[in-house]
Write a protein that binds this ligand. Structure first.
Ligand code: FE
Length: 200
């Protein structure tokens, strides 16, 4: 396992966001960075890839100190599925392992929600969400017999943001804050390398 890939992604995305890009640029240049990160499934530490028998897991991999973005590993056991929910910030969902189905929903005049075209993501593919266009969706593991993992990148610290779940039929809204499953985050900076640099 190498933290190099994740660290490179974080550095490059930080440099991109430093330029205060439009969402269109984030969903092109930023998306390319995420596609590169998930192109080869050989870097995610095992402690951030563990499923829970009952609930899909959200492991924080990195939170930008300026709250411009966060990177989260979502781990889905067979049959696990989110409720209908929003994000309130832009998001990119990169499939690393297995397969997930994301279905966007659109509010109707009577308050209920109607499903749009689902996106089934094989490894290497990136889906997006945005409060400007398509922020409300349901995500589920499309594999009935294996774990699926996706790397999510959001335009804020998603585990600290107040957002909502919705009732499909009545449209009723309930606020929530998702939090994270892990107490630890990856050590992106190799301590041995660090002390070597200090000594030189
Ligand atoms: Fe979502």
């Amino acid at each position: 396992m190498s933290d190099e890939k994740l660290l490179s992604f974080i550095k490059e995305l930080s440099l991109l966001l430093e330029q205060k890009p439009s969402e269109e640029i984030i969903f092109t240049k930023g998306k390319t960075l995420l596609e590169r990160l998930i192109a080869v499934d050989d870097w995610l530490p095992v402690e951030f890839s563990k499923p829970h028998p009952q609930y899909y897991q959200q492991y924080l991999l990195y939170a930008d100190p300026l709250d411009r973005f966060s990177v989260v590993s979502f781990v889905w056991g067979p049959g696990q599925k989110t409720p209908l929910h929003n994000h309130t910030v832009w998001g990119m969902i990169g499939q690393l392992r297995g397969q997930e189905k994301g279905t966007p929903y659109y509010r109707q005049t009577d308050g209920s929600f109607k499903a749009g075209a689902p996106c089934v993501c094989p490894p290497g593919k990136v889906d997006t969400v945005s409060p400007n266009t398509h922020d409300i969706h349901v995500v589920e593991n499309a594999m009935s017999d294996q774990v699926s993992i996706s790397i999510h990148v959001y335009g804020g610290n998603i585990g600290r943001i107040q957002r909502s779940v919705f009732d499909l039929n009545s449209g009723a809204e309930k606020t929530f804050i998702s939090g994270y499953a892990n107490q630890l985050v990856p050590n992106l900076w190799n301590p041995a390398e660090f002390s070597k640099q200090i000594c030189e």
